[in-house]
Design a protein around this ligand. Structure first.
Ligand SMILES: Cc1cc2nc3c(=O)[nH]c(=O)nc-3n(C[C@H](O)[C@H](O)[C@H](O)COP(=O)(O)OP(=O)(O)OC[C@H]3O[C@@H](n4cnc5c(N)ncnc54)[C@H](O)[C@@H]3O)c2cc1C
Ligand SMILES: NC(=O)c1ccc[n+]([C@@H]2O[C@H](COP(=O)([O-])OP(=O)(O)OC[C@H]3O[C@@H](n4cnc5c(N)ncnc54)[C@H](OP(=O)(O)O)[C@@H]3O)[C@@H](O)[C@H]2O)c1
Length: 452
């Protein structure tokens, strides 16, 4: 039987689903898969993006873990493609590679002042509260008013984590440094800005509703935002179930009394960010924005009315963005690997033999975890059908890549290492009745993986 030695780079949901799908479906070839990730723990954004107070979604990890535990995929954690392992190495050891490296950084927002001190990308804050090993342990929450730009689910995650009281997160997996950072928070007012209206938001009803259930947080809405409308918005509210529910929830909050709670979460619509106001010495002092109105085509135009809200920090949640990979074509504009249904294509629109992409690095940073499954199916069909283009590795034996990593002194972790780390985190949480407390420091993670 023909052998297919496949490397998958990125052990997030896209990489794990791709491995699962090909192993389950493929009968023509004898498939063996090595899954690499530069973090010592698998699961990508499910571990380092999904908010800690969303245990049901974090629970997807259990399904992903079952795939890894089946024993037919080799996991290599703490291996960085580009430094520890190159494209030339992969060509020597495998027939093909699938890149599933996701999108881990913030999209830029090109307005004056965006680089001032205390102007952050949502991903930076998410990485902090989700305990990503490569980000600072401290997060300054010593100011009272903050702005969040964007109307997607990440904006709501960030706003909720800023508004929520630390003690209400004590049942979750948040690491000790995150609990103490949030406990010391001086934030009282979180202002969320959407450049379009309530009928054009990208967030979903469940995530919105959750805001209204936060302990000791008042929702603040502004009547003027509900007076702006157009035919397209009315039609969306009348016909689109999701928009209808969102509209109903928002309207129900307009009649709530405000003033009891110690914290407030303000939702502003029809407000386009113009400038983060401040100075390099003082940092952020305000967000300047322009009121907008519908342009009749689903977009907005400025009304010319400029306002400012005094805030001392700004978080932009305007989308994530992929990162280029050594030796692999990259679309700088979209932040993805250019591809045709998962087959990577070069500048001349030609398929690059043996190189495939799946997940957010293929499609861009939009969509839920489940969407990475259908993505993977499409990519896998091209891996299988593209046999004629597979590489012919000079070192195809499974041991030779291990020897390569060892010869380079790469301290890789494997599946049993992940089990050790997982157990260590659970043991940390047990005395407090929590399912786990995350280890944050990479060396601590590696020590735990070694069973130390
Ligand atoms: C803040 C946030 C919250 C979210 N919450 C939800 C939610 O509640 N529900 C939901 O359904 N979806 C949610 N999503 C969307 C979901 O996370 C994505 O759909 C999904 O994670 C994309 O999967 P992926 O495997 O393509 O990328 P990722 O999950 O990002 O995985 C990519 C993996 O590649 C690895 N990698 C990257 N570069 C390299 C390299 N050079 N070498 C080796 N490894 C590398 C990374 O370490 C990572 O493990 C959320 C997204 C964000 C940003
Ligand atoms: N709980 C969950 O299920 C969950 C949690 C987090 C993330 N996710 C998913 O992960 C994906 C990514 O989420 P996301 O929130 O990063 O992206 P998103 O859904 O694309 O939302 C991005 C938001 O940023 C706004 N924006 C973009 N550029 C802007 C600009 N220049 N000025 C002002 N606003 C701007 C967009 O407004 P416009 O619409 O006007 O462009 C939109 O409101 C989504 O599919 C999301 O559903 C899911």
């Amino acid at each position: 039987m023909t052998k297919l030695r496949l490397a998958i780079v990125g052990a997030g949901p896209a990489g794990i689903y791709a491995a699962d799908i090909i192993l389950k479906a493929e009968k023509q070839f004898d498939v063996s898969i090595d899954l690499f990730d530069h973090l010592p723990a698998p699961y990508g954004l499910v571990r380092y993006g999904v908010a800690p107070d969303h245990p049901r979604i974090k629970g997807i990890i259990n399904a992903l873990r079952e795939v890894l535990d089946r024993g037919d995929i080799r996991l290599f954690g703490n291996v960085h493609y580009g430094t520890d392992l190159t494209l030339a190495d992969l060509k020597q050891h495998y027939n093909a590679v699938i890149f599933a490296t996701g999108a881990v950084r913030d999209a830029s927002l090109d307005i004056p002042g965006i680089d001032l001190p205390r102007s952050y990308g949502a991903a930076e804050f998410v990485n902090w509260y989700d305990g990503h090993p490569d980000f600072p342990r401290e997060w300054p929450l010593d100011t009272s008013s903050v702005a969040v730009i964007g109307n997607g689910n990440v904006a709501l995650d960030v706003a909720r984590m800023l508004a929520k009281h630390a003690d209400d997160l004590l049942t979750t997996e948040i690491p000790a440094n995150v609990y103490s950072g949030l406990k010391a928070s001086a934030v009282t007012d979180v202002h969320v800005f959407g450049r379009r209206g309530p009928a054009q938001v990208k967030f979903t009803p469940l995530e919105l509703r959750e805001l209204g259930e936060l302990n000791d947080v008042d929702m603040v809405l502004y009547d003027e935002d509900f007076e702006v409308t157009d035919a397209a918005s009315e039609a969306a509210i009348a016909t689109n179930k999701q928009v209808m529910v969102i509209n109903r929830v928002l309207n129900s909050w307009r009649t709530r009394s405000v003033g009891e709670a110690s914290r407030r979460l303000h939702l502003h619509f029809w407000s386009r960010p113009l400038e983060v106001v401040g100075s390099p010495e003082a940092g952020v002092q305000a967000l300047r924005y322009e009121r907008t109105e519908p342009d009749g085509e689903g977009g907005v135009r400025g009304t010319g009315e400029i306002r400012e809200v005094p805030v001392q920090a700004v978080y932009r949640a305007v989308g994530y963005f992929g990162s280029p990979l050594d030796g692999i074509p990259f679309d700088e504009h979209r932040g993805v690997i250019p591809n045709r249904e998962g087959q990577v294509i070069d500048d001349n629109d030609q398929v690059v033999p043996g190189v495939f992409a799946t997940g957010w690095i293929k499609r861009g940073p939009v969509g839920l975890i489940g969407h990475t499954k259908s993505d993977a199916m499409e990519t896998i069909s091209h891996v299988i059908n593209g046999q004629a283009d597979w590489w012919s590795p000079s070192h195809p034996s499974p041991e030779s890549v291990v020897e390569l990593l060892e010869s380079r002194g790469v301290e890789y972790t494997d599946l049993s290492g992940w089990h050790n780390l997982d157990e260590a985190e659970k043991a940390l949480g047990a005395p407090e009745g929590r399912e786990r407390i995350k280890l944050v420091d990479r060396d601590d993670m590696l020590r735990a993986a070694r069973g130390a």
